[in-house]
Ligand binder design. Structure first.
Ligand SMILES: [Zn+2]
Length: 299
């Protein structure tokens, strides 16, 4: 059964969060670890991607800074240049992949059996087969600080399920009553590489689906801080995907480079879990119907 419920804050105001419960089982029958390591038959390669901010985006570094107006939360940087850390990118892709597959929450699997996402992204003692490099701005960029509302959630609320977020306008606060964060404006573009090794075709299909890259199943994602206050709507675009596949399982294996068709891979993913295909498509439609850029004055 699928339940989607919306969240309220202490004053009873609807928040920008909603919860999806049991759309796709959280505890699938797990596969033995060896099943994911048929290392000479699978796909190894990289995707070149861009990320566009659809609303102002804030990805923090965990620290604080001061300016003439006081304290604020700065955007992440590497030697003074703005970046989106690869670990943040991997985290957001994983959370959507978990929502769209029979996977556990955030890497709970242990021992010798893994759900699909632990096998792809890693678990406690296993580093996974996907990594993202840090994203850098594609062009000249600017940042500004915005003051967003501090939102206190209702206590004692049953928060079972997977938390997702509406897209919408920034929820700005009156001066000196909110939280100041450094954002890049809507329209800012970043680029990065995603590296993968030994992925089965269905696993690569899940990655593509979870990033909203399938032309049939496009959607915008949310990332970074302030997601429930109008920040962090993003869109991924795939510029290039390269993969090589071994045709021989012995040491002198032949490597073939091929350009992969993303929709073919997504179809292979749906074939892997036919029981969940309709629920997965419904979830994606729901991600999308909760994106109303024209109503919210977004681009
Ligand atoms: Zn797991």
């Amino acid at each position: 059964m699928t339940v989607i419920y919306e969240s309220e804050d202490r004053e009873g105001t609807k928040t920008r969060e909603y919860y999806v419960v049991d759309a796709i089982p959280k505890k699938p029958r797990k596969l033995p670890r060896e099943a994911y390591h048929d290392s000479f038959r699978e796909l190894t390669g990289q995707m070149r991607l861009s990320l566009q901010a659809i609303t102002p985006l804030y990805v923090g570094s965990g620290g604080y800074e001061f300016d003439s107006e006081g304290i604020y939360l700065p955007f992440a940087r590497r030697s003074s240049e703005l970046i989106i850390p690869g670990s943040s990118l991997k985290g957001v892709i994983r959370s959507y992949a978990e929502a769209l597959s029979p996977s556990c929450f955030g890497g709970e699997c242990q021992g010798e059996t893994f759900c699909p996402c632990c096998a792809i992204f890693g678990a406690k003692d296993y580093s996974g087969r996907v990594s993202c490099l840090d994203a850098e701005p594609s062009d000249e960029y600017s940042t500004k600080t915005v003051e967003i509302k501090v939102r206190w959630g209702k206590k004692n609320r049953d928060r079972r399920g997977r938390r997702l977020y509406y897209h919408g306008d920034i929820w700005e606060a009156e001066k000196d009553t909110g939280e100041r964060v450094e954002v890049v404006p809507a329209g800012t573009q970043f680029h990065f590489d995603l590296l993968f090794k030994n992925l089965a075709e269905w696993e690569l299909g899940l990655l593509i689906l979870a990033m909203g890259l399938s032309p049939q199943h496009r959607f915008e994602l949310k990332m970074g801080g302030g997601k429930n206050r109008g920040l962090g709507s993003i869109r991924f675009e795939l510029s290039e995907i390269q993969a090589r596949q071994s045709k021989n399982s012995f040491s002198s294996f032949h490597i073939q480079t091929e350009s992969l068709q993303v929709d073919k891979l997504v179809k292979i993913y749906f074939k892997k879990f036919p029981r969940y295909e309709e629920d997965i498509k419904q979830l994606i439609r729901d991600f999308h119907s909760r994106t109303k850029p024209e109503e919210d004055g977004l681009q």
